[in-house]
Ligand binder design. Structure first.
Ligand SMILES: NC(=O)c1ccc[n+]([C@@H]2O[C@H](COP(=O)([O-])OP(=O)(O)OC[C@H]3O[C@@H](n4cnc5c(N)ncnc54)[C@H](O)[C@@H]3O)[C@@H](O)[C@H]2O)c1
Length: 435
């Protein structure tokens, strides 16, 4: 039976490489629809959690969901890549970070492609979901896969389909977010669409893998630039004694031509601070510079420094200084109600405040201790928010506005508050300083 027939009869097996924030929910989605899934990961700990403990390691994915699918035997995880042979479609969901020189680090994608090449056979579809620059699929990946002697569009199918996961968004899940697919050949696109349509309500096709890669970059560059714009306007309006939050709220009443973006302590997460620079790097090959991207990066990167200036200003107003002061940062995750601290500006804030002599603690119920990170080695555990704990701090810095915070309680029991998210917006108090 060829792949098209297998898909039509729901008799195909999916392999997902990389069981992280993107790969795990996607694997579960296929499994829920009664499609056999094998999840591949290098991390034996994650594989054990799924197969043996049947537990989740991502806050917004309930363990129950994993348990149900593993028990039904439609989903299993493995570190044994030879099982790629058993699958009909292989979807790559591995990290695409920047290296120390802020250049694309494609090593995870290339290593997993090498693994696929070792075990691939005729008739399989390979789909890349990791965010990357245009050309990754039809140049870098294709080169590795065709070294096997198999030919794309004839022996196997290859496409790019960007992930649009928005962790913890109550309105959208993996299956209800429309998905873009672009193949290396027309038939690759067609087969990619058929597979994704089994689990995604709306699949949108584009003419090539490159167009699909570029689509994802446009989406994330759009966000990075618009966030930079409001971050810059925040600093300008602040000097003019105008509240940016009030202005955004008023502008949002315009029913067309305006989409609100909100300022904050800086960009965070695995995507928006990183992805735009994949295009910057690739554009150099075409002798073109990406000025908007660089400028947005500069503005967003300067935000934690702006916040620290505001902290110093708040101390000054209270006849205190930062050196030796005790500061409690609220929220370590890069956005509210999640447990992801990758590129979180809160980490940069800890570093900058400590550099200036402050003694810094943090609270985040979703991140009970700070793991060892590539960039930072903080040995800290989350501090509970109690009346007596709050009274120990000279200043409370709200970095991430988790829903569980009782702002009224925090305001009542804190001495000075610096608020980067307008979380205390509805209160009038000389204790509050917006940053
Ligand atoms: N997290 C998001 O919300 C999000 C949204 C859209 C796009 N993306 C993109 O999706 C991709 C994956 O991101 P993520 O957040 O899921 O990353 P993640 O770090 O949560 O998960 C990646 C997983 O891949 C595994 N891995 C690494 N190398 C491997 C290999 N060679 N073989 C098998 N497994 C390997 C890791 O152990 C890890 O479990 C990235 O390109 C990212 O930019 C992420």
């Amino acid at each position: 039976m060829d792949l098209v027939q297998k898909i039509k009869k729901n008799k195909f097996k999916v392999g997902i490489i990389g069981l992280g924030y993107v790969g795990l929910p996607l694997a579960l989605e296929f499994s829920i629809k009664n499609i056999q899934v094998i999840g591949f990961d290098l991390d034996a700990g994650k594989v054990r959690k799924i197969n043996k403990e049947k537990k989740s390691y991502i806050k917004h994915i309930p363990s129950e969901k994993i348990k149900k699918e593993v028990n039904r035997k439609t989903f299993l995880a493995t570190t044994d890549f030879s099982r790629i042979k058993e699958t009909d479609a292989v979807i790559i969901c591995v990290p695409t970070p920047l290296n120390a020189n802020r250049e694309p680090d494609l090593s995870y994608v290339l290593n997993s492609t090498e693994e696929i090449a070792k075990y691939m056979r005729k008739g399989q579809l390979i789909s890349l979901e990791s965010t990357t620059y245009p050309g990754t699929t039809d140049e870098d990946i294709l080169r590795i896969l065709e070294k096997t002697g198999l030919k794309v569009g004839k022996d196997f199918w290859l496409c790019f389909s960007p992930e649009r996961e928005d962790p913890n968004n109550p309105h959208y899940s993996t299956s209800t977010i429309p998905k873009v697919v672009g193949g290396v050949t027309e038939k690759c696109t067609m087969i990619g669409k058929m597979i994704y349509s089994k689990v995604i309500d709306t699949v949108v096709t584009v003419s090539s893998a490159r167009a699909a890669e570029a689509t994802k970059l446009l989406e994330n560059i759009y966000r990075s630039i618009n966030i930079a714009l409001v971050n810059e306007l925040k600093t300008v309006f602040d000097r003019m004694d105008i509240d940016i939050w009030e202005v955004i709220s008023a502008a949002s009443t315009k029913p067309f031509g305006f989409t609100p973006f909100y300022p904050g302590p800086g960009l965070g997460g695995h995507c928006i601070p990183i992805d735009p620079f994949y295009l910057t790097w690739k554009a150099r090959e075409f002798e073109i510079s990406t000025k908007f991207i660089e400028l947005a990066g500069e503005v967003n990167t300067s935000m934690p420094y702006y916040v620290v200036e505001k902290v110093m200003h708040a101390f000054n107003k209270n006849f205190k200084h930062i050196n030796g002061a005790k500061i409690l940062i609220l929220g370590l995750a890069y956005k509210k109600d999640i447990d992801d601290i990758r590129e979180s500006p809160s980490l940069k804030l800890i570093e900058l405040l400590q550099d200036r002599g402050a003694i810094v603690d943090y609270n985040d119920d979703y991140v009970t201790e700070i793991p060892k990170l590539r960039k930072y080695k903080f040995n800290k555990k989350s501090t509970k928010i109690t009346k007596s704990n709050l009274s120990k701090y000279d200043l409370v810095l709200l970095s991430t506005d988790h829903t569980y915070y009782d702002y009224e309680f925090i305001l009542r029991n804190s001495r000075i508050i610096v608020d980067t998210r307008n979380a205390f917006g509805k209160f009038k108090s000389s204790k509050i300083f917006k940053a």
